[in-house]
Ligand binder design. Sequence first.
Ligand SMILES: Nc1ncnc2c1ncn2[C@@H]1O[C@H](COP(=O)(O)OP(=O)(O)OP(=O)(O)O)[C@@H](O)[C@H]1O
Length: 448
Amino acid sequence: MQLKNANILVIDDDVDVLTAIRLLLKSQVNEVVTEKNPNNIISLLSEKKFEVIILDMNFNGLVNTGNEGIYWLNKIKEIDQEADIILITAYGDIDLAIRSLKEGASDFLLKPWKNEKLILSVKEIIEKKRSGREKKWKPQVEGSKILGESDAMKEVFVKIKKVAPTDANVLILGENGTGKDLIAKAIHENSLRKDNPFVKVDVGALTSSLFESELFGYKKGAFTDAREDREGRFQAANGGTLFLDEIGNISLQQQARLLTVLQNREVTPLGSTQAVPLDIRLICATNLNLASLANEENFRKDLIYRINTVEITVPPLRERESDILLLANHFVEIYAEKYLKPGFKVDESFKKKLTQYHFPGNVRELQYALERSVIMADQDILHAQDLVFSPIEKYQAGNDKKDTNLEAVERSTILKVIEKNKGNISRSAKELGITRTALYRRMNKYGL
Ligand SMILES: Nc1ncnc2c1ncn2[C@@H]1O[C@H](COP(=O)(O)OP(=O)(O)OP(=O)(O)O)[C@@H](O)[C@H]1O
């Protein structure tokens, strides 16, 4: 535990006590401020924040009751509710010291104190404070919030906080719609590269012919359609972060090409002989679990090791029930504002239906279900019957289990891709590897 950047304030009217504590802590912490007169506490606290305040319980006055300590403890708490105070008290005042804990002191020490005990008490308080801060920390993402109160999401936030400022490659695992994209952005925006580009490529959706030209770029004339030089996504991300989504879906040949670029830290555009040095932070995501990725028939182990310095697993929404209502309130608020329906509320039956559902499409499904509910609701209170889950996910869930009919598989894949691309037909067609017309023809055929 590092105390080096901690600031400590010691208040005692006995100069010998102040000197002893200052000498003891000086080498352990950043700064020890000592003060003889408790009347100066308020001005000291307005100038600086102290991680721990060590306060005497008895100040020399006409009467020494120890109540002065409690008086100053309360004064400090009025200024800073979160202040951590260790009270120092004489042996006879133990009852008072115990009372001080009830009044909000963090610990007390009996005079004469043992040096190790004082250091330990300071360390424990700072450790608790910092780990509490760490748990409360929420990553910032421009334009959206990452919400989560569940232990699983708190763990994800702690990992983001730790990994973001490093340049470590990160692999984000989680089912579709769990928030992998949001987490990748959060890592970038909380990193030292935040003022440089964040480039996302859905590599799973690239056809084999597009894979190299899109990622590595090309020189004019490199192939028939290469009418001018084009920078690849690797180069576009130079200095910043490259986010490769659906990494689990690329072929072994594509994996080999990717590995070469990552190993050499340079990329050679198609048709060029000039390698371009790369300085990128790589984040990858997949909806496959690690066990499927580790199957060497589909995925190279050496590539996994390269992309997976740190791994963040986002659990499915059904496994973090406490987040469902939190997210639901958030989305209801957003859509009530968007569709000009202020003062919108949800009733208990609505909440119950939400928490009992298994959300195969995770947060994305919850988001769309609530948008639909807000749009369709006749009153400003949402009841269970206002909550209709998407047939898309139902169809998909059923399909996973038993539907192997080719047309049914095609229909559900199309639906899934359109939903994923939020109804954007061009993007969906591209992801499916067919033209827009072909996609419209199929949508017609399946009555979509
Ligand atoms: N914890 C969260 N807090 C707030 N919004 C969230 C959270 N998780 C996901 N969302 C929202 O849910 C939607 C889906 O999230 P996102 O696109 O990040 O998921 P994904 O795991 O990348 O999905 P896919 O695997 O399909 O690409 C987005 O609109 C996102 O803003």
